[in-house]
Each structure stands twice: as C-alpha cells, then as structure tokens.
Design a binder for this molecule. Structure first.
Ligand SMILES: *[C@@H]1O[C@H](CO)[C@@H](O)[C@H](O)[C@H]1NC(C)=O
Length: 612
C-alpha cells in the first residue's frame, strides 16, 4: 500500500513558508480561514488520512486503498497546511464531493468500479482492521468507517445452511454512500454529521458505485460552541479527576510541612547562634559535636563528575519546565485545541523561544562550580546543552521515518518539514542558546558557594539502608509519580485514543503540584544523605527526581497492554519511541526541578558556616 507524500512538492511549499516567515500559507479556499460563507459559495471537503482504527500512527493517504478515483483530478489538489498540522500527520487533498453553502445535494454518483480479486482482498483486509478515514469541512473533522463485517438475516441463514466450512466466515461489506448532514447558523458552518450507507458485499467482480449526498440543516448552536461536541466532558471532568487533584494537593501540604520542619531543624541552631553572637564576640567554629551534615562542609560543593553533562541536562530540563508552562498558558488563553496543529505549532515556537532558558541555566550551574574563577570549558557546556535533546529527537524521527517508509505508511515528518524545523532551530534556537549562555556565564552567579572545598575528599561512612542511592532514587521518584499518574492516564488516552484534550486548567494545577512535590521530595532526600555524611548528592538527587519519568514509562507499557488495542510492529515502534522520548524529556524536567531545589537547599543550609 504505497502512498507517500511528494517530498519535493512539500519541501518547496515549506521553504516558501520559511521565506515568508509565515506559519500558515493561505489555502485554496479563503473562507476556510474566516469561517464565514456567502450564500451558495463553494465549500471544500478535504480527504485526510485513512488507517486502522486502533493504530493511530499507522496512517495512509486516502487513495492508498483501491477506491475508484472520480474524474476532475480533485485528489491532486492539496491543501497547504501549517507546520503544526504537518506534524500532526494531516495531509489533505480535495475530494470530488463538491457542494455549495446552503444547497442540498441529492444522491450524486462519484465513480464506479468493478472489483478485481486483489482489490477485493485489500478491501477485506482493511475492513477487518477497522479502517476509518477522516474528512475535514471548514476545519471540522468527521470520521467514517470504510466498511463493516456483518451479515444480514438472509446471509446469516445462508451461512448456517452452508456446512462446507467449519467456521462460517462473516462477509465484509463496504459503504459506498456518504450522507453528509451539515448544520449551519447564519453564514457559518456549525456541525457536520456523516453517515455511511449502502452496504455492498466485498467480492471480486462486484460493481461498486460510490456516491454522496449533502443536506443542510439550520441549527441553533452558535459558532463558539461548535467544538463542544468533540469534548468528552464526562470523561475528562469525571470525579476521579477532581479526586486525584485533591489527593495530590494533600501530598503537597504534607511534603511542604516536612520540608519546613527540616529547614527549621537545620537552621534553628544557626538562628540560636546568631542570637548569642550578638552577646559573645566569637563565633563557635567547633562543629566537632555536630554530627551529620555540618561535618562535610569541605566536600558538599565538590564538582560532580561529568559536570558538563550534568549542567547540560539541567539546562535542557529547565527549558522543558519553561516550555510546558508556556504551552499550557497559551493553550488556556487561546483554546488551541479547536485549531488543527495549533498546539504543535505553539510547542515549536515555545521551544525555540525557551532555548534562552537552557543556555542560561546550564551556564549558571557550570559557572557556579567554578566561581569565583570563570569556567574554562563553557563552550563545550553550551554545545552539549544545545544539541542534547535535538540530537535525541532527530535520531528518533529519522528512525521512525525509516520504519514508516519500510511499512509504506505516511512518514512521521516529511523531509521538507524536517528541513524547515532544523532551519528554525539553527536560526532561532541556537542563537538564543548562545545568548542565554553568555548571560548566565557573566551575570548568573552572584555568590560563589559558601564553603571552600577541601583538597582531599573525606571518607564516606557506611550508609544505613535507607540512604543508599539505590533506595533513595526509586523512593524519591515514586511520590511525584503518584501525584501525576492519573493525569498521565488522561494525557495518554487523549494522545493514543482519539480524545481531544482540553482540560489545560487541570494540567496547569498538576504541573504546579509536580514542581512542588519533586522539589520537596528532593530536598528531603538531600537532607537524609547529607545528614549521613554522604556528600555525593548531585547525581543522586538528579536520578532521584528523574526516576519519576521511569515510573511513567512503565505505566505507559501497562497502558499499551491493557488500555489500547494497538497491534503490529509499526505501531509498537511508534508507541515505544514516542513514550521513551516523552519520558526522557519529562525526566529531564523533573530532574532539573530536583537539582534546582537540592542546590538551593544545600547552598542555604551551609550559608552560615564560615570556615577559613
Ligand atoms: C448530528 O448528530 C447528532 C447526534 O446524532 C444530532 O444531535 C445532531 O442534531 C445532528 N446534526 C445535524 C446537523 O444533523
């Protein structure tokens, strides 16, 4: 089943996009952009992808199934869509089902064909895999099934009579008539219903006549409400959702209490000492009696191994944190879900814009471990930060494109779009990264670490079981995971099971909760480690907060197995690659939050210890 895009055509279109610096190229039909139609104005019906219902990433172009092609070469007219829609996998060609605003079309034939044995086999296979297709009218999606496996009463009786087969094979039927009902209000299109009619049995030498009809019905609903029917209120605003948020909120209260308790305990003596300092001139420098964290002041600020990688991961994670915030806020402000591809475009724009954050954050962390001198290898640090996530993503995209080409499905990102993205990255994201690095390196570090690092590292005492890294890391990740996993269920369901995610308010709250819980848990973990005189806290807290993403990844495996009906190696490859990349980015995000919290905490508690 071949049916790939024309790469050169698309590349040319997308290069035009670059040059014009426009997100959307004007489409054939100007009124699709305004959503206002004059009386009897032509309305274009676009054909989008087709594919098995249970495998959302396995999509083909509409005419990759052996449908007869109506006269008029409609299918060669493509709609040039913005980059977001391209990345969503939309590939729209005009359909021959022409119509005019407000004018009913009685049953009109499109084309007819006599099925060859191969065509019949292809259709039978597609119908057995629940192939469905998507149409767009005025940016409103409609879905239809290619056919169904069913039998009428007479056919069933015949099947029962026929004893030559041990297992009766249910016949496949294809729908040959598309009946569209379009609801309009004034001069705007409000809703579209599609019902598939005229079932024909799929067999060789059967003649199929494809047809369509359009009926226009005035409706009361307003234009603003037209997307409401795609939103699954009872699913997204289920009690469970509210309950999980409440639960997570209680966890936040508990953890914040714990952290304040720790801070008070560690800082209390210092506060007391300040009080006495005023009376006695001297400063009590003898920490001999103080067990725990104060003993290791000469080691806690020792540079962690692989500092450049550590800083690069931190910078990228901070960028993810900022990126998610930007996208959520844009989605809340702009109801982005109504516009195909808008969410992905917003993500791309935010990614480019937040590159300044990654440069800044990584430069600051790197510089902090060298202050007051300048860090010597800051360029290596900057480049590692800039290339870390893009390289991983590019490898995944190329791998998935290769897999798609091998299977003959639509590729994940067509070549033209890929070139476009790389160009935007090089022209916008990379310079912003450099800018951030320069700012962070020169002005980001105001105070060096409060304690000098001893020349010789101290021996770390034997640890009790609960401060071993192998215990701290998984335990610390579990709590943030507990706070977000219900939301993960909603996100995964909307991504993999065709539900429009629109509850960005919930997502925002969960995002804040995730930050607070991750930060608090990491502080607690750091405190335990330092109190047991283990000063290798940097990577340990990094992994500890990263491990949340590992749990999400495991959950996604469970989700694949028990909550979806995906099949086939192509879909599995897509699923695993998407989820692994997603969890990698999520992990960097939580790890950077944890690292920031731990670093601030350590800096704060050692702040008042001055050792010559
Ligand atoms: C579309 O279908 C829904 C649900 O069956 C129905 O409520 C609505 O009135 C239909 N709209 C039109 C324009 O036919």
């Amino acid at each position: 089943m071949a049916g790939r895009r024309l790469p050169t055509e698309r590349a040319a279109a997308l290069l035009a996009v670059v040059l014009a610096a426009l997100a959307v190229v004007p489409s054939v039909q100007a009124d699709e952009n305004t959503h206002v139609y004059a009386d009897k104005e032509p309305v274009v019906l676009w054909l989008n992808k087709i594919g098995p219902y249970h495998n959302p990433q396995e999509t083909y172009t509409y005419y990759s199934l052996p449908f007869c092609v109506p006269e008029g070469n409609f299918h060669t007219r493509k709609k040039y869509v913005g980059i977001g829609e391209v990345l969503e996998g939309n590939d729209l060609v005009q359909s021959a089902m022409t119509m005019n605003f407000g004018i009913n079309v009685p049953r009109r034939e499109l084309c007819s064909q006599t099925l060859t044995p191969e065509q019949a086999e292809t259709f039978k296979y597609a119908i057995s895999q629940h192939y469905w297709y998507q149409l767009f009218i005025d940016d409103l999606p409609v879905w239809g099934m290619v056919g169904e496996i069913a039998a009428s009463k007479e056919e069933l009786e015949e099947l029962e009579k026929d004893t030559s087969h041990e297992h009766a094979v249910m016949p496949s039927h294809i729908f040959t008539h598309k009946a569209l009902t379009i609801g309009y209000n004034g001069n705007q299109i409000i809703e579209v219903n599609l019902s598939s009619k005229e079932r024909r049995k799929v067999e060789p030498n059967v003649k199929l006549v494809f047809s369509y009809s359009v009926e226009w019905v005035p409706v009361e609903k307003t234009f603003a409400e037209r997307f409401n029917r795609y939103l699954d209120y009872s699913f997204f605003e289920h009690q469970i959702h509210w309950f999980s948020i409440f639960n997570a909120f209680m966890m936040v209260v508990f953890l914040c209490g714990l952290v304040s308790l720790i801070l008070m305990r560690t800082l209390k003596n210092d506060l007391a000492r300040y009080a006495t300092d005023k009376e006695f001139d001297g400063f009590d420098r003898d920490f001999g009696d103080d067990a725990g964290w104060k003993q290791i002041h000469g080691d806690v600020f020792r540079r962690p191994p692989h500092l450049i990688l550590y800083a690069a991961c931190f910078g990228t994670g901070m960028q993810m944190t900022a990126l998610v915030l930007c996208v959520i806020l844009m989605a809340i402000a702009g109801s982005l879900y109504v516009d195909p591809g808008a969410l992905i475009s917003a993500t791309l724009v935010s990614y480019a814009a937040t590159s300044v954050v990654s440069g800044y954050a990584s430069a600051v962390l790197y510089q902090q471990y060298h202050a007051p001198k300048k860090g010597p290898r800051w360029i290596a640090c900057m480049l590692t930060t800039a290339f870390l996530l893009p390289t991983v993503s590019l490898l995944v995209v190329l791998m998935l494109n290769a897999v798609s080409i091998y299977h003959g499905t639509q590729v994940l990102i067509p070549l033209g779009a890929l070139v476009y993205i790389v160009l935007v990255w090089a022209v916008v994201a990379l310079p912003l990264n450099v800018l951030g690095t320069v700012m962070g390196r020169n002005w980001g570090v105001r105070t060096p670490f409060p304690c000098r690092v001893n020349a010789l590292p101290r021996q770390i005492p034997e640890q009790p079981w609960f401060t071993r890294h192998l215990v701290i890391i998984p335990v610390a990740g579990w709590l943030p995971y507990g706070a977000i996993f219900i939301e993960m269920y909603f996100i995964l369901t909307s991504f993999w099971a065709f539900k429009l995610y629109y509850v960005f308010g919930f997502l925002f709250v969960v995002y804040l909760i995730l930050i607070i819980v991750t930060g608090s848990v990491t502080v607690v973990a750091t405190y335990f480690m330092l109190n047991h005189e283990d000063y290798n806290w940097q990577w340990c807290t990094f992994y500890a907060s990263f491990s949340t993403a590992f749990y999400v990844w495991c959950y996604s495996l469970y989700f694949y197995e028990f909550k979806t009906n995906m099949t086939g190696s192509l879909q599995l490859t897509y699923y695993l690659s998407y989820m692994t990349t997603f969890c990698f980015a999520l992990g960097l995000m939580t790890a950077s939050i944890g690292t920031a919290a731990a670093t601030l905490f350590v800096k704060r508690i050692y702040h008042d210890i001055h050792v010559d």
